[in-house]
Design a protein around this ligand. Structure first.
Ligand SMILES: [Zn+2]
Length: 471
């Protein structure tokens, strides 16, 4: 098993707005005629011109591959892109051919006003956006050391002065570059867990299409959505897991579910509405990650099942100097503040929420159903900060920056004082990640024990139906 850091931790995913919008301007012309198991293939499709407006229905119902745009880079001054074979440079709006390159040519793009300036093989011009499309769909587009299936789209970064690089490709090809980075590479006896991960990632993608529309693509290629690294280091067994579950998703009441997952639930999964400012979901509920008849949690062998994090008070004050104001800024945004309630009680009229000062006390005031910290009172010179839900992990960042945020919100606080003075803070906790939905280490153990992909998904998303996309 690879190190656990390959498993997923939704560092910032709770910031998503659950919009159900359309695909953004993304058509992969090289995919014409390809069929990826999404129901009966209707035969070659006429390539649509790339449009810049969202299309109304992102979910195919007739066997057409689902196409999406993965945001690889934003605000780049220049982009040098190429392909490992013959390729076309197309105008992103009209689909008109601008240039043809062979395997040794590079397209160099830069920002020119509100447009993309491009040059290749002695030709140059400007367009609203530019597509690089391999002539043979089996070839890859290349940026730096990375290769990708599908096409590249280069467009101006919305609200920025640089360029955005988007990888346009079909959903099934995208998953080949996601699954090994989200759950790691494993032996065949864990195949059912890889399949469960493939279904969860596919479902997550479909239920989050449109949430990044303002950025000019569908999903980020990072923990902001799902880690995606293209075609450079695909894993044969992960590819098999994707292909073996092609087109399979989880649905509840005729909609793809919000298939969240995290690395290790610490023995009990989370009710989503207690952890994030989100509506409750009947399939994202708190339950023991154990066999029905009881026993050890499936994920109890994880190296992150138990952990401890320690700070000197000086280290934590330095971290909280930024993390507390950042928390207040984050949680007081519309859609969050109602959920969070009052977040800061100043000591007196001279106190500033942006200047926490010396740390006086930490106290857990409330816990979620699963035992995670629901409300942490942080008392400083400035007053009392009420930190809610999973955001305690951003406030209590580890001193060495590894991991970037506290492993989980399931912890006890240990304070060491010298007289009245706080000198050391420790948290003793369980699990890694938000604990909502599928527990990756638990799923791997269930697979080892011979459980099927359906049994794993039933366990982690109770009540959701495993079915073909669009059905
Ligand atoms: Zn677990």
């Amino acid at each position: 098993m690879r190190r656990i850091s390959t498993l997923h931790d939704f560092f910032a995913r709770d910031g998503l707005v659950p919009l159900r919008l359309a695909l953004t301007s993304l058509v992969v012309t090289s995919l014409v005629g390809m069929c990826f198991g999404l129901g009966a293939c209707a035969g070659p499709k006429r390539t649509q011109p790339v449009d810049t407006e969202p299309r109304p229905d992102p979910v195919p119902t007739d066997g057409t591959p689902t196409l999406l745009g993965v945001g690889l880079l934003e605000n780049q001054n220049t982009l040098e892109i190429s392909a490992n074979g013959g390729a076309l440079v197309l105008d992103g709006t009209s689909g008109r051919r601008l240039a043809r390159l062979d395997g040794s040519d590079q397209v160099v793009c830069s920002r020119s006003g509100h447009q993309v300036a491009w040059r290749v093989a002695g030709l140059h011009g400007t367009s609203d956006s530019v597509i690089l499309q391999p002539v043979d769909p089996g070839h890859r587009v290349i940026h730096g050391e990375s290769e990708f299936r599908g096409d590249f789209l280069v467009r101006p970064t919305p609200g920025g002065g640089g360029l955005t690089l988007v990888n346009n490709l079909d959903l099934e090809s995208y998953l080949l570059g996601v699954v090994p980075w989200e759950i790691g590479r494993h032996d065949r006896n864990r195949l059912a867990a890889l399949e469960a991960q493939a279904v969860a990632a596919r479902t997550y993608t479909l239920s989050h299409l449109g949430t990044r529309k303002s950025r000019g693509f569908d999903v980020y290629a990072s923990v902001l959505d799902q880690v995606y690294k293209g075609a450079v280091d695909e894993d044969p067994l992960c590819n098999f897991a994707v292909e073996n579950t092609a087109g399979l998703v989880l649905r509840f009441e005729d909609q793809e579910i919000e298939a969240f997952y995290s690395a290790c639930c610490g023995g009990v999964s989370s009710n989503i509405e207690e952890v994030w400012p989100r509506d409750p979901k009947p399939y994202l509920i708190s339950h023991p990650d154990s066999p029905k008849g009881g026993g050890d949690a499936y994920c109890s062998t994880s190296s992150h099942f138990h952990w401890r994090e320690v700070w000197t008070v000086g280290q934590l004050e330095e971290i909280m100097r930024r993390s507390l104001p950042e928390y207040v800024e984050y949680i007081t945004q519309p859609g969050r503040s109602e959920w969070a309630g009052p977040v800061f009680s100043p000591r007196d009229g001279s106190a500033s929420v942006d200047k926490p000062g010396r740390l006086r006390n930490l106290e857990i005031l409330a816990r979620t159903t699963s035992g995670r910290v629901a409300k942490l009172a942080v008392t400083t010179d400035a007053g009392v900060y009420h930190v809610r839900g999973d955001r305690v992990r951003w406030v209590l960042k580890p001193a060495d920056g590894n991991p970037f945020i506290l492993r989980s919100a399931m912890f006890e606080v240990e304070l060491v004082r010298d007289g009245d003075r706080l000198v050391e803070v420790a948290t003793r906790g369980r699990g890694y990640g938000h604990g909502i939905g599928l527990c990756q280490t638990g799923a791997l153990v269930m697979a080892e024990q011979g459980k099927s992909v359906k049994a794993i998904l039933d366990h982690y998303y109770p009540g959701a139906e495993l079915t073909k996309v669009g059905r």
